[in-house]
Design a binder for this molecule. Structure first.
Ligand code: HEM
Ligand code: HEM
Length: 209
């Protein structure tokens, strides 16, 4: 092929804020999940739960003002697009998307919504003085979240195999193979590091001061 615009190269897809958001969120949620029943780690549990909620708040803003593939506009698609994507897989010619595919977009919204609900109900448990439905809700939200996380990871593995691209490596490094015109221009690394620093200061202040 002579047209150089059709050649693939390593292109930047996920900016730093998205990558810091993702791996910090995963870590906070996992640790919060496994400390939920421990009296001893109750402060750590609540702190990481609030940190997860803060990360979601940041991502909501970045979903509006962030880079191309971070924007909700890029991956929140209607039922028709979801159906077309599912059909393309069934017919053996899966549509390729540089950012989240339409099914992935649904999963992202579900994950973010469930993290928010889990943290909100956790705050209601901690703020209340008597056991009640809030505890039931918190437990249900946390368990549903972990089920969706398991499906999410399975989806990532299947999608990586289907498209022969390592999606986990991509959300770690920020890069995928693609056409130069599809890459984002800036990595926003300063903002990513600021987000990480803010998170660490918050956790440190809660636990140690
Ligand atoms: C509690 C655990 C986790 C949560 C709550 C979570 C949540 C999310 C969210 C909200 C996104 C969207 C990122 C964005 O657009 O900002 C995402 C994407 C992604 N996650 Fe996770 N995640 C978790 C664990 C994992 C794990 C363990 C893996 C590794 C297998 C993983 C791999 C990915 C990948 C590869 C993407 C990008 C998908 C794509 O290319 O469309 N996640 N995750
Ligand atoms: C996304 C973050 C969170 C996850 C994944 C999570 C998960 C869990 C889990 C699995 C339990 C044990 C439920 C049981 O079997 O009894 C639990 C309990 C609890 N969580 Fe969270 N939680 C999160 C955030 C929060 C937050 C932000 C708070 C409060 C500020 C909180 C406060 C509590 C309290 C007080 C309990 C004990 C409830 C009881 O006595 O049954 N959680 N959490």
């Amino acid at each position: 092929m002579n047209d150089s615009t059709l050649e693939t190269t390593a292109i930047r897809v996920w900016d730093w804020p998205v990558r810091v958001f993702h791996w910090s969120l995963a870590l906070c949620v996992f640790i919060a999940f496994f400390t939920g029943e421990s009296e001893q780690y109750s402060l750590l549990h609540q702190t990481l739960g609030y940190a997860a909620a803060g990360l979601i708040a940041f991502r909501l803003v970045w979903g509006v003002v962030g880079t191309r593939y971070a924007r909700f506009q890029a991956f929140v698609r209607g039922p028709k697009a979801v159906w077309t994507y599912v059909n393309s897989i069934r017919q053996g010619h899966a549509e390729h998307h540089v950012g989240h595919n339409p099914v992935g977009g649904v999963a992202v919204l579900l994950l973010m919504g469930l993290v928010a609900l889990t943290a909100l109900s956790g705050w209601m448990v901690a703020a209340g003085d008597a056991p009640g439905w809030q505890e039931e809700l918190h437990e249900l939200a946390a368990n549903t979240l972990m089920m969706v996380v398991a499906i999410h990871v399975l989806g990532v593995v299947l999608s990586s195999r289907l498209h022969r691209e390592n999606l986990v490596a991509a959300i770690l490094s920020g890069y995928k193979q693609g056409h130069a015109r599809d890459g984002i221009a800036r990595s926003w690394w300063v903002l990513g590091l600021l987000l990480l620093a803010a998170l660490m200061v918050f956790i440190w202040r809660q636990l140690l001061l």
